[in-house]
Design a binder for this molecule. Structure first.
Ligand SMILES: C[S@@+](CC[C@H](N)C(=O)[O-])C[C@H]1O[C@@H](n2cnc3c(N)ncnc32)[C@H](O)[C@@H]1O
Length: 208
């Protein structure tokens, strides 16, 4: 029944089989990510997304954590005029414009705060123990992730969560630096890895 329905959809619409599979995978990935956010990120708190670009994840974070305040932090055009990893339009100015448009109301209400700058510099300006959760999705480089974690140790509340994207245990893959830095960070014993997913690439840690 399901197979014939899929076959019918593929034959009767211009979408190709691989596009259909891609879309299904994307939907599955998005659903798993929502489950992760629902389960691990505290609700009604103060949160931050480090690395925002066009904000593919930001509306989901807003909807599923219902934060009092959500800080969106990214250098956008300060880093470069283009973000080379992006699909489609790579312009960082256009990405920021998109963010301002999507969240116009929440920005005006003061619920979403936009910070155009390097995350280490921006996060350092907040008081200690300020954030209930922080989601990291920035350079994915080992040294940078290490510095982010060290800084967040003082900026996240005692029972707060640090989470992120691109959990990649394969040392030959581009984003391995996140996996390496997070594992080193938890090996000190101060933090515990409470979730990691090689398939959906999410991870979360909290104070031990
Ligand atoms: C993978 S994209 C973020 C995608 C976004 N989280 C999403 O789900 O759509 C990575 C972003 O990290 C940002 N970035 C790179 N270095 C950064 C830094 N030092 N501080 C903050 N953001 C940084 C880039 O500008 C880029 O927009």
């Amino acid at each position: 029944m399901f197979t014939s329905l899929v076959k019918g959809m593929i034959e009767n619409t211009p979408i190709k089989k691989w596009e259909y599979i891609d879309r299904r995978l994307e939907i599955r990935r998005k659903r798993k990510r929502i489950e992760f956010i629902e389960q691990f990120l505290p609700k009604n708190g103060i949160g931050a997304e480090l690395g925002v670009f066009k904000g593919h994840l930001s509306p989901t974070l807003l909807e599923h954590t219902k934060p009092q305040k959500l800080h969106l932090i990214d250098p956008w055009y300060f880093l470069s005029s283009r973000w080379e990893w992006a699909n489609g339009n790579q312009s960082t100015v256009d990405a920021l414009i998109k963010i301002l448009q999507i969240f116009k109301k929440e920005i005006e209400d003061g619920r979403i705060l936009i910070h155009v700058g390097d995350d280490l510099q921006v996060v350092a300006t907040f008081p200690d123990r300020y954030f209930d959760w922080v989601y990291i999705d920035t350079s994915h480089q080992y040294e940078h992730t290490k510095q982010e974690l060290l800084l967040l140790e003082s900026k996240v509340k005692e029972d707060g969560i640090i989470a992120g994207d691109d959990w990649q245990p394969d040392p030959n893959r581009r984003h391995y630096g996140v996996y390496k830095a997070v594992n080193e960070f938890v090996s000190s014993g101060k933090y515990t890895l409470i979730y990691s997913d090689n398939d959906n690439r999410q991870w979360a840690i909290k104070r031990s």
